[in-house]
Design a binder for this molecule. Structure first.
Ligand SMILES: Cc1ncc(COP(=O)(O)O)c(C=O)c1O
Length: 381
């Protein structure tokens, strides 16, 4: 058997491929399935990549990332996140996803258990399985703001994965919950993988990095990326920060797999961190406007959803089978959403809506959703 047989292809692909097919057939598809900002990368970042290319920064880079970018990242982590990082604690990766993959390869051995909070972003499970580990799904509490992790911790537990702001639920975990997770990690001698890719897209609450807690730096791998904050999903630029021996081992894997992230893209990363942050502020303002609009619309229609405090997702209960809902909504009403079953077994009636699309399209989605619900209730009565 191949290791790849342990994992499934991304369940979200089927819907997005069908949405593309419908678009190609000329249908007016509202795409609420997207997992990336609908903004272009800011001009000054693009210019920096062009400049670097023209200056000949087109050779191999050090496996751990260029020193100037690692320095800029460490500075950002110290100033914004209160994480005591120096450049030797930082590895630059091809997106957050590859940082997560490498961290699992380094820390998870066959049979080790890793706690995931369900619903969970799709790739954690695959990365754990590819490392020979066992994902242990722990359901969120009813209000989605915490989870009872302790009863799922065994002698084999090695790591807890935390993602705040969260994909798919959009929740920003309260400080008390993060502190509880940190205490559990200390009491049971566990690692924490803290995925903070949505840290800048927050409307309510405040971002807290677990690695900033006393004594937590040595057991936390903080993962972040330029993808969401600077609308740079296609550039493939992310990073991990952790205790040096973990980073050294991640570097070994990187040196024998991708070598390093693209050299001139790393220079653009410095421009993103050191340049004006006005773009981020405007993007977040726009996401907030959309969040407020969609929340009002869904409340009027009577839907239940997790509190959308950050990222750009709403996780909502459809009151019917989520796979069936997604399929019908796409085939009949041409709206693409992601079924909850993609994110865990216990949310079969839920779907994720991404509001990384214009207010006009969101308005159109709400109109079609209303028609869908009216039709459905006719079928049911
Ligand atoms: C929670 C979470 N982590 C990581 C990633 C991957 O980020 P990147 O594109 O930087 O690999 C995503 C992308 O959707 C995400 O939602």
């Amino acid at each position: 058997m191949s290791r790849a047989d342990l994992i499934k292809p991304s369940a979200t692909m089927r819907i997005s491929e069908r949405a593309k097919q419908l678009k190609n057939e000329g249908k007016d598809v509202v795409d609420m399935g997207l997992g990336e900002p609908d903004f272009n990368t800011p001009e000054h970042i693009i210019n920096e990549a062009c400049k670097a290319m023209k200056e000949g920064k087109t050779n191999y880079a050090p496996a751990q990332g260029i020193p100037e970018l690692r320095e800029a990242i460490a500075e950002k982590l110290r100033e914004e996140n209160d994480i005591p990082a120096s450049p030797e604690n930082v590895i630059v990766t091809a997106g957050a996803k590859y940082a997560i993959y490498e961290a699992m390869q380094v820390l998870i051995n066959p049979g080790d258990e890793v706690v995931l909070l369900e619903p969970a972003w799709v790739s954690y499970e695959a990365c754990i399985l590819l490392a020979g580990g066992k994902p242990v799904f722990v359901k969120h509490s009813q209000d989605f703001r915490s989870a009872d992790i302790e009863e799922f911790i065994t002698r084999k537990t090695k790591m807890i994965v935390v993602n705040s702001p969260n994909n798919p639920i959009g929740v920003v975990y309260p400080f008390q919950f993060l502190k509880k997770v940190a205490d559990l990690a200390v009491d049971h001698d566990l690692y924490i993988l803290s995925d903070e890719v949505y840290e800048k897209i927050i409307f309510d609450g405040e971002h807290v990095s677990i690695a900033s807690f006393d004594g937590l730096f040595d057991r936390t791998i903080t993962v972040n990326a330029f993808s969401k904050s600077y609308a740079m999903t296609g550039w493939r630029l992310g990073y991990a920060v952790a205790e040096k021996s973990i980073i050294d081992r991640m570097r070994k894997i990187q040196s024998h797999s991708i070598s390093s992230p693209t050299t001139f893209v790393q220079y653009a990363g410095i421009a993103a961190l050191k340049g004006s942050q006005e773009f981020v502020r405007k993007m977040v303002e726009e996401f907030r406007r959309r969040r407020d609009f969609i929340v009002e619309g869904l409340e009027e229609l009577g839907f239940e959803f997790a509190p959308p405090e950050g990222a750009f997702y709403i996780f909502m209960n459809t009151g019917m089978d989520g796979d069936e809902f997604s399929e019908k909504f796409l085939e009949k009403y041409h709206v693409a959403v992601t079924p909850g079953s993609s994110f865990g077994r216990n949310y079969a009636e839920w779907v994720r809506l991404s509001y990384a699309t214009s207010l006009d399209r969101i308005r159109e989605m709400l109109r079609r959703l209303e028609s869908f619900m009216r039709e459905e209730s006719k079928v049911l009565t």
